[in-house]
Design a protein. Sequence first.
Length: 192
Amino acid sequence: MLPHLVYSAGRIASYTLAGAITGAFGGMFLYYDVLPLQLAMYVLANGMLVLLGLYLAGWSSLVTRLEGAGRRLWRYVSPLTAAFLPVNTLPRAFVVGMLWGWLPCGLIYSVLAIALLSGGMMNGAALMLAFGLGTLPNLLLAGVFLSRARAWFQGRVIRWVSGGLVLGFGIGGLANAAQLGEQIRRGVLCVI
């Protein structure tokens, strides 16, 4: 179990770093009065939530098409893993986890779109840390109890409920887009 936890710690560290970078980039635009860009970022983030919800529910795989964008980066990162194989020590497990955290994934891109709106580097990092920690139980269960846990988590009802919740957040955010300009001007916008 310890190698799985260390590997996941490396993966979550990569997610957190990506969130910090994305949050810092998005934060630059949130502090300036560029309302059209802020609105576009907000609609993009909530559109990604809609796509993620549809994917989780098993109704659409459109979000996975975004993975092509990350494949270029993965071409450079992937060969680095060979230097740390076999994973027979905890430091190697951590490094392979960190490298694996850059694997192209539409789910991660969906949450990174929200990190873009988080308001800054620390908020983006915190959001992606929470995402990574949220994936930890499922990935550990998949690694330890692969056949039993996976069947339950991939059940139609579980997928529909989890996908429906995320879809609802995305639709709610898009419905709120009309009032976004006024909320930003008053300083009452909260995305986390």
